[in-house]
Write a protein that binds this ligand. Structure first.
Ligand code: CA
Length: 616
């Protein structure tokens, strides 16, 4: 009898092992009333492809069940008829011989009112870029979590320091008062490997916030409170690569889900090859299919299953978290036609949405190519509204440390020449402009701590065309040297950790040095908020003479005159040359000092200075 029971037990175990188990369905939920009625579900589970899938819910139809190389996957094509389907739940059943072996409760949610017409970041905004691990630690209890191998260690500049979503949440008022109107946080999604995870760009789960930052719901709550305070949130996304610890790396749906090489092969990082009509195929292949780093498997955007999975993932986050924009990492390392499809899919769903791509290239022609509606002989349209203006960043990285003259390409001539190439761009006012970001030298180090130069640079950034972005800590003159490693340009914001000796989040906590930076930045950013003429006005600029750059922003109502004196000495600027822009204006009020300047016959300019004059 005992023997028989034992045999029965073994049989039941065996039967149990054979029963399909749905381990994962992605996306895990969806919404009714989307413009695109199609949805493709990735279903993962042991030997799942030997089962039939059935759904019984009004308005939801299975169009096709796709089997792929790996029998542990099914890709299920659904259509959701927005006229019939209601918000609610239904079972996705796995069946064999008419018997249901497993089921998964799937939810179709209602969308937020106005979701499809959501607004996004524009030239009206100032974007505050922060790194969540380095900004503020609002919740020390999540610094170390069992599921993640890398533990907190503030002594290492490449280690995890413990910053999190709560830290951002706690300082929304700080960012708002500074005068920024949008926040771009570097990626918050899970990076589950053993070291150097704080930067967040080796994502191991595209659907999950890293538990050391908080939960998906914490992220959605952060965005809801940011919205209440008038702040927008831009999510940092990566389509070029995943993380070495991604769950699918242990069980790829198909060999070409990622780009595989016989041994580790790094990208040549030659993004110019993508559109080079003479490029050797091997160079293009290496740029596109080489891995960005050892921890970053290169994703195959030409695999239609992966690409649908990825596009749906981005739309899922827009709906789930109520996003105001997306920043796309390593943009030109992706397949260019796939990227065009990605942007189109998102903009078809959200016509007013904005997407900014990391177009880290060093000529205006190269960057212009990537902007939506660019004219080029390849008839290529990226559909990307906003490229990053790295050429302007290059100019800003040197121009205040050198002297321009009539013929050279230095000093103010750099700014003028960069702006003079705007004819290349389909929409220059949509360019993302910045003096620094999380990958560049700290601007304060570039300027060797010279406040006068910082004021000039920020005056320019906040008054020229485009969407300005600042980097956390710029506003307090934070230092960091890229030559000491990326960790050094990503130092902890002082005051973000309990026990910090300086708390630069509060006026009384700032040093004199920090105050000088903060007060200037805050005054300028808050002034910009209400200036329609800066957001959308026309730009008229004059060829720099004697390393003085003069330009105007104007519309029917208002004219702003900006003067940058890049000389180490005081200069007298005769104004009769600017009649075309000055017209009837007699005087101008400087927006920082609020001093009134008579415009004729000349203006006295202090050494290394900026004037932003509201003309009257
Ligand atoms: Ca923490």
């Amino acid at each position: 009898m005992q023997k028989l029971l034992f045999v029965l037990f073994l049989l039941s175990c065996n039967t149990f092992l054979l029963i399909a188990q749905i381990e994962r369905i992605e996306p895990a939920c969806w919404w009714i009333g989307m413009k695109n009625p199609n949805l493709q579900l990735l279903v993962h589970g042991k030997n799942i492809s030997t089962y039939q899938v059935s759904i019984n819910y009004p308005g939801v139809k299975i169009v096709k069940v796709n089997k792929v190389e790996n029998s542990n996957y099914l890709f299920v094509d659904l259509t959701i008829d927005s006229k019939i389907a209601q918000a609610g739940t239904f079972d996705i059943k796995l069946q064999q011989n008419g018997r249901t072996e497993d089921s998964y409760t799937y939810e179709l949610k209602s969308r937020r009112p106005g979701s499809a017409n959501r607004l996004s970041f524009t030239s009206a905004d100032v974007v505050y870029l922060l790194m969540p691990d380095r900004f503020a630690n609002g919740n020390p209890s999540n610094d170390n979590v069992d599921s993640q191998p890398e533990k907190v260690n503030r002594a290492l500049n490449y280690g995890r320091h413990g910053g999190d979503i709560k830290g951002i949440q706690d300082h929304l008022d700080y960012i708002r008062q500074l005068g920024a109107t949008a926040i771009w946080s570097t990626p918050l999604l899970e990076n589950n490997y053993t070291q150097y995870t704080y930067h967040g760009y080796a994502i191991s789960d595209f659907y999950k916030v890293d538990p050391r930052y908080g939960s998906n719901d914490d992220y959605a709550r952060l965005i809801a409170s940011a919205h209440q305070k008038g702040l927008k949130i831009i999510m940092d996304m990566v389509s070029n690569h995943g993380g070495i610890g991604a769950w699918w790396m242990k069980d790829l749906p198909m060999a070409d889900w990622i780009h595989q090489w016989p041994t580790f092969t790094r990208s040549n990082h030659k993004a110019v090859t993508t559109k080079d009509i003479h490029a050797a195929q091997c160079d293009i292949k290496l740029d596109q299919e080489g891995w960005f780093d050892t921890t970053m498997p290169d994703m195959n955007q030409n695999n239609p299953y992966f690409w649908t999975y990825y596009i749906q993932n981005n739309i899922w986050w827009i709906e789930f978290a109520d996003l105001d924009g997306i920043r796309m990492d390593t943009y030109p390392y992706n397949d260019r036609n796939a990227m065009s499809q990605w942007a189109k899919a998102i903009l078809d769903e959200y016509p007013q949405f904005n997407l900014v791509g990391e177009t880290w290239l060093h000529s205006s022609e190269d960057i212009a190519f990537w902007q939506k509606d660019a004219v080029n002989s390849l008839h290529y349209n990226s559909n990307l509204p906003t490229p990053m203006d790295f050429v302007m960043n290059d100019a800003l990285s040197t121009c205040f440390n050198e002297q321009g003259n009539g013929w050279n390409e230095q000093g103010m001539n750099r700014l003028y020449n960069t702006i003079a190439k705007d004819y290349l761009f389909a929409n220059p006012n949509n360019l993302f402009i910045f003096t620094e970001n999380h990958d560049t030298q700290r601007y304060n180090n570039t300027l060797k701590g010279d406040l006068a130069k910082y004021k000039m640079a920020l005056s320019f950034l906040m008054t020229t065309r485009g969407i300005p972005q600042i980097y956390y800590g710029s506003e307090i003159g934070m230092s960091g040297d890229k030559n000491k490693g990326d960790g050094d340009i990503r130092r902890d914001f002082p005051g973000g950790w309990t026990g910090d000796s300086i708390n630069a989040f509060t006026p009384q906590g700032r040093t004199e040095f920090q105050k000088n930076y903060y007060e200037f930045t805050s005054k300028l950013l808050n002034w910009r908020k209400s200036k329609e003429v800066i957001r959308t006005g026309k730009l008229l600029h004059y060829v720099p003479e004697n390393d003085i750059y003069v330009y105007f922003r104007y519309n029917k109502k208002e004219t702003i005159m900006v003067i940058l004196n890049n000389n180490d000495v005081q200069k007298i600027l005769k104004t009769n040359r600017f009649t075309e822009a000055l017209k009837h204006f007699k005087q101008g009020i400087d927006v920082i000092t609020e001093k009134t300047y008579a415009l004729a016959p000349d203006l006295t300019l202090p050494p290394k200075s900026a004037l932003i004059l509201e003309l009257e």
